[in-house]
Design a protein around this ligand. Structure first.
Ligand SMILES: [Zn+2]
Length: 506
């Protein structure tokens, strides 16, 4: 809803978009943009809005594809990088062909990003936004599809030309040669890429490699540290021998399938399209092939092929870091392990599964013994202590963020450093928030669970478990257990792991 009360905005992260208005068409671009920039920076300062990056549109094409800064801004908006985008007026963003307006406005709407102008604040995510509705009527769903297809065709062309259009992969920086985007080697990261490939041929696993390069100060682009999957993705990526891979990732937008944010799925190799790029390789072909040969031998079919292979999928979380525990086959035997290197020790999956079934059997017994059908000894005090600790940590990250802004404003940090630090803090915050939500739900559930039906459900699970396949077992367990928190110290006996159970609300 458009609101005339921008004074309530505070502590927002913003992108700043600069473009001449129609009226200023004849004037000197640099001069006009500098003036707008000053006005908007003053506005931002006054309202406690933090400008993370500026997008000055020097070329002024009507079509979206002739506005490189807008395309860059849209990408960042879609990635959910900003709370708002600051510009002189709505017209700067949306002027152009109607179809393009739809794409632009959708990006803001889907990512919950506000448009802030000195006059008004627009929240397109709000369905009763009249102006938005008005604009939307110009563009039918069909038109959107057509333009989307055209955008895709454009990307396809870039790929055939050997241009690199996505964000720069680790080890590279994005540059433009002959007006075409490509990559150049970024040595501070490339040295770690070489290290990863070399260590792998020496027999190190992805987790040990992650631990090793983390210790040497390597930092991936979008998270605080390398882990087994991010190392594995790099080792698999033909981009490091000068190729371009298309269809490697599938994006599922926020809101689709009930996701609270945009998620990325890595597709199996068979679905990739690989073409020659224009960028220099970091790894020579021989080393790359050597690594692929080892990887193929250890290859485990992707967990994203649609079939559930672990009866414990999505059920067990690391009590240490809150991440989902992953199934991984080691020495021919499935194990359950935390993706974060060095976080907690892994355990044979079958042992954990057994322990869960034992717990369910015990719970059923208690439920049937108690005449009222209630469990009165469900102690939530441990959970409450954990919750307190998490909330403390959350306020600490809040303070860290504020401090980062200060350092940026003092000029202690340049934008890339600031972003890197901020991303790390944000990742940490997100993980903590997930953990907090889980625990809150758990506490709530243990207070309200209807135990009579729970007993029936558990009996059903136990009766049918042995005759079910992995996917069915997974569904059965999910019907009674919401989360199992797993903990194991290093160098302890195989059975010396601890499980904390959170039963499903009935
Ligand atoms: Zn962990």
């Amino acid at each position: 809803m458009p609101t005339n009360n921008p004074l309530q905005l505070t502590n927002l992260d913003a992108g700043l978009y600069l473009r001449k208005s129609r009226m200023e068409e004849g004037l000197d671009t640099d001069e006009v943009l500098a003036r707008h920039q000053k006005a908007l920076l003053d506005y931002a300062k006054e309202h406690g809005i933090h400008i993370i990056e500026t997008y000055p549109e020097v070329v002024s094409g009507e079509s979206l594809y002739a506005r490189p800064q807008m395309l860059r801004l849209l990408q960042d908006v879609e990635d959910g990088r900003y709370d708002c985008v600051l510009c002189m007026d709505l017209d700067r963003l949306s002027r152009g062909r109607m179809k393009d307006q739809g794409i632009i406005l959708d990006a803001f709407k889907d990512s919950d990003t506000l448009i802030v102008t000195p006059e008004k604040v627009y929240n397109l995510a709000d369905e009763i936004d009249e102006e938005y509705a008005e604009l939307k009527t110009f563009m039918s769903r069909r038109e959107y599809k057509i333009i989307n297809k055209r955008l895709r065709r454009g990307l396809q062309q870039s790929i055939e030309d050997g241009c690199y259009v996505a964000n720069a992969p680790y080890g590279y920086k994005k540059i433009t040669i002959d007006r075409k985007p490509t990559l150049e080697i970024y040595e501070p990261e490339a040295k770690f890429v070489r290290m990863m490939f070399q260590l792998y041929t020496q027999g190190y696993g992805c987790t040990s490699i992650a631990r090793y390069i983390n210790a040497l100060g390597a930092r991936p682009h979008r998270s605080a540290e390398f882990n087994r999957s991010s190392v594995s993705r790099i080792l698999h990526s033909p981009v490091y021998v000068g190729k371009i891979v298309w269809n490697q990732k599938k994006h599922i937008k926020k809101g689709v399938k009930g996701n609270s944010k945009n998620i990325v799925i890595y597709q199996p190799k068979e679905k990739w399209t690989i073409t020659d790029g224009r960028h220099p390789p970091i790894i020579d072909k021989e080393l790359f092939d050597q690594v692929q040969a080892i990887l193929d031998k250890r290859y485990i079919p992707s967990k994203n092929d649609g079939t559930i292979k672990s009866p414990l999928a999505g059920l067990v979380k690391c009590a240490n870091c809150g991440m989902n525990m992953q199934r991984l086959v080691m020495k021919g035997e499935p194990y359950l392990l935390c993706n974060r290197p060095g976080c907690c020790a892994s355990t044979r999956l079958s042992l954990v599964e057994e322990r869960i079934l034992e717990y369910l059997a015990r719970t059923l017994e208690e439920l049937t013994l108690s005449p009222t059908g209630t469990l009165d000894n469900r102690d939530t005090s441990v959970l409450e202590t954990t919750l307190e600790a998490i909330q403390k940590e959350l306020s600490a990250t809040q303070r860290q963020k504020a401090r980062l802004y200060e350092l940026l404003e003092l000029g202690e940090y340049d934008i890339p450093t600031f972003r890197e630090r901020m991303d790390a803090v944000r990742n940490k915050q997100a993980a903590l928030e997930r953990k907090e939500a889980d625990i809150l739900r758990t506490i709530q559930d243990s207070k309200t669970a209807n135990t009579a039906t729970l007993a029936e459900k558990i009996r059903y699970v136990l009766d049918n478990y042995s005759t079910s396949d992995a996917a069915q077992r997974n569904a059965l367990l999910h019907s009674v257990v919401q989360t199992v928190f797993y903990h194991k110290e290093k160098k302890t006996k195989p059975t010396a792991f601890y499980l904390d159970f959170v039963l499903s609300p009935s």
